[in-house]
Design a protein around this ligand. Structure first.
Ligand SMILES: NC(=O)c1ccc[n+]([C@@H]2O[C@H](COP(=O)([O-])OP(=O)(O)OC[C@H]3O[C@@H](n4cnc5c(N)ncnc54)[C@H](O)[C@@H]3O)[C@@H](O)[C@H]2O)c1
Length: 287
């Protein structure tokens, strides 16, 4: 199905996209640029970000591209000020930067768990709090946070990632309620993608002794069903419709439904799925 991204929510708007150097963030940036938005894009990956910026500019978009590590709280605050100075207003924030991790609780290093939270949870919190006053002041704000299907259901080996994505979902949903209660002109959308073919598995971190290539290979071959372009189209359609929640992919919708109908049954289904995929017990490194 081809989805049309209506331009009225995007033309002439200033949109901020974190983690725009690859995958869903790049696809969002390109689609926003094609819909007439001005863009503030950032990433820790300089080469990936430069490519996104060049492609957006080639379509005629006004683009500010910056190195930004979303775990650096002071840098995020100062970046928000720079974006406001450059564009005069900020309408939309896409909290997209994120990383993946695989490792059972019994073997995960606490430093890795903390790092997942720094990027996936605190990164989104820092950007949200830095940009929220500007979104409110714009009179027409929209904040989007990319959680995950794993912010709706749990999966063996994903405790750290699950927890970070459930946390960012709770933060985002409560923020939406606060915007409604305060009658602030800021819509809030939490996004839950299923398996998307992006660079996330190239950057996959795993617990000691696990085989990152084998785990990434299972994800790429068996679970990454959708293109980032499809994800971006669905997300921006949700923004246009001011949806509170956007679930990307039929498999994600089915698993979300299962978890709501039978929470404990969906946990057992996850164990079975991990076994069928050869992920449980985890593939061990040959080293
Ligand atoms: N790919 C999927 O199947 C999938 C599914 C559900 C949710 N997600 C979420 O979608 C978002 C985008 O992921 P993707 O799949 O496009 O992955 P990706 O790796 O292709 O893109 C993520 C980008 O974030 C950047 N990044 C990582 N750490 C950063 C930091 N500290 N500061 C700034 N930028 C940083 C990376 O350099 C990369 O360019 C993530 O939040 C991810 O958790 C992805």
């Amino acid at each position: 199905m081809t989805r049309r991204t209506g331009t009225t929510r995007f033309t002439g708007k200033v949109a901020v996209v974190t983690g725009a150097g690859s995958g869903i963030g790049r696809a969002l940036a390109l689609r926003l640029a094609g819909s007439g938005a001005a863009l503030a894009i950032s990433d820790v990956d300089a080469a990936g970000l430069a490519e996104t910026a060049d492609r957006c500019k080639a379509g005629g978009a006004d683009v500010k591209a910056d190195h930004l590590d979303v775990t650096d709280r002071d840098a995020v605050v100062s970046y928000a000020g720079d974006v406001l100075t450059r564009f005069g207003t900020v309408n939309q924030l896409y909290n997209n930067a994120g990383i993946a991790y695989y490792g059972e609780v019994e073997r995960a290093r606490l430093e890795d768990v903390e790092h997942i939270f720094k990027v996936n949870f605190w990164g989104a919190v820092y950007a949200t709090t830095a940009f929220l006053p500007h979104l409110v002041a714009s009179g027409d704000g929209h904040l989007v946070t990319v959680s995950s299907l794993f912010g709706l259901i749990t999966f063996p080996g994903q405790s750290a990632y699950n927890a970070s994505k459930f946390a960012v979902r709770g933060f985002t949903e409560a923020l939406r309620q606060e915007m409604l209660a305060a009658r602030h002109p800021v819509h809030v959308t939490c996004v839950h993608p299923g398996g998307i073919r992006t660079g996330i598995t190239r950057r996959l971190a795993v617990a000691d002794g696990l085989d990152a290539d084998a785990i990434a290979g299972v994800f790429d071959r068996r679970l990454a069903l959708h293109s980032p372009e499809m994800a971006a189209a669905v997300i921006l359609d949700g923004v246009r419709r001011r949806r509170a929640r956007v679930v990307v992919g039929a498999e994600a919708k089915a698993l979300d439904w299962l978890a709501r109908v039978t929470p404990s049954g969906s946990q057992r289904a996850g164990v079975l799925m991990a076994r069928l995929l050869g992920l449980s017990p985890s593939p061990r490194s040959a080293l």
